[in-house]
Design a protein around this ligand. Structure first.
Ligand SMILES: Nc1nc2c(ncn2[C@@H]2O[C@H](COP(=O)(O)OP(=O)(O)OP(=O)(O)O)[C@@H](O)[C@H]2O)c(=O)[nH]1
Ligand SMILES: [Mg+2]
Length: 296
């Protein structure tokens, strides 16, 4: 029998190119939240893919852009740090958007990374063949990129080939995680993320970017199979608080209902979800709050 191989592969790219969608599809379970907003992912998210003869530990990262506050600086650091001490880097581009200046700056940096870089041109289902070819041509000028593949995280096209290419970059090594473990994120964190996802999807314009979610308590009922989850949605202004709560509480109710469905699915039991909204002015620049919400 051949030796077991393993390794870490970080998923790097600009915001909104489909990194988290790709992670979820590759590991076969929703562990990272996905929205049509840029900068959805704020932390490093570990996703594990275990096969009989290898294990790939994916690290999903925040999309790289210029930071506008301390949270942004933290997010950028998470992405940059994930370029070190990995067996491979999976650079993701958006076929529809093309490979542009924002990607160029990131690619300049990746050119200095020690790990081999594989590029995946995503969203080919939404792009024309010409657009995908153009993206490939631009990426082809970067000699350090080992392999350029294309496909769709949404439909799954091209993902088998991607997995095969990445598996060839693994090295003889241990099984870092047990067979049935898909992520190392605690349930509490995923709960908070699911609430944030619904807030991002349902709220408009500038409100979502200033939203943070903290799960205060999760308690299992003693008398029946049910979980009580208490969480706080933080925002930066009185006006934002009003929008999040909505007329007669309608928006908060909607966020809660949609999040509860996902949380119940994850926990496998009925959930009583209690949400509060609190204002923390400029929290994205406050170390204490960043720490409290797990951005450290
Ligand atoms: N048509 C199409 N849409 C996709 C595909 N992959 C992702 N998307 C959509 O692109 C949007 C962004 O997806 P995410 O997975 O959140 O992107 P991301 O790169 O993780 O974004 P950040 O976390 O903000 O950096 C979502 O609306 C996805 O549904 C794809 O293959 N095809
Ligand atoms: Mg993401």
């Amino acid at each position: 029998m051949s030796e077991f191989r393993s390794g870490f592969v970080s998923i790097i790219g600009c915001p909104n190119v489909g990194k988290s969608t790709l992670l979820n599809k590759l590991v076969g379970q929703k562990i990272a939240i996905v929205t049509d907003r840029a900068q959805t992912t704020r932390n490093k998210i570990t996703g594990v893919l275990t096969r009989p003869d290898y294990q790939i530990v994916f690290l999903d990262t925040p999309g790289v852009t210029n930071p506008k506050n301390k949270l942004g600086e933290y997010m950028q650091k998470v992405a940059y740090d994930a370029m070190n001490e990995v067996e491979a880097i999976l650079f993701v581009a958006d076929a529809e958007q093309g490979v542009r200046e924002r990607d160029a700056a990131l690619l300049d940096r990746l050119g200095h990374a020690k790990a081999p870089v594989v590029a995946f041109i995503n969203k080919t289902d939404a792009a024309s063949l010409g657009q995908a070819n153009e993206a490939e041509e631009t990426l082809g000028k970067r000699a350090f990129i080992k392999t350029i593949l294309r496909g769709s995280a949404e439909t799954g096209k091209g993902l088998e080939e991607l997995e095969e290419t990445l598996s060839e970059l693994l090295i003889p090594g241990p099984k870092y995680f047990p067979d049935d473990m898909v992520t190392d994120q605690p349930e509490r964190i995923i709960c908070g993320e699911l609430i944030r996802e619904k807030a991002l999807l349902l709220l408009r314009e500038e409100v979502p970017h200033g939203v943070g979610v903290g799960v205060d308590r999760m308690e299992r009922r003693e008398d029946r199979d049910m979980m009580d989850v208490y969480a706080t949605i933080y925002c930066e202004r009185e006006s934002h608080k009003g929008i999040i709560i909505g007329k007669g509480g309608s928006m908060l109710k909607k966020i809660g209902q949609e999040a509860r469905k996902d949380i119940e699915w994850m926990l496998g039991c009925p959930v009583n979800l209690q949400l509060w909204v609190k204002i923390k002015e400029d929290w994205r620049n406050r170390q204490g709050m960043l720490h409290e919400l797990g951005y450290e």
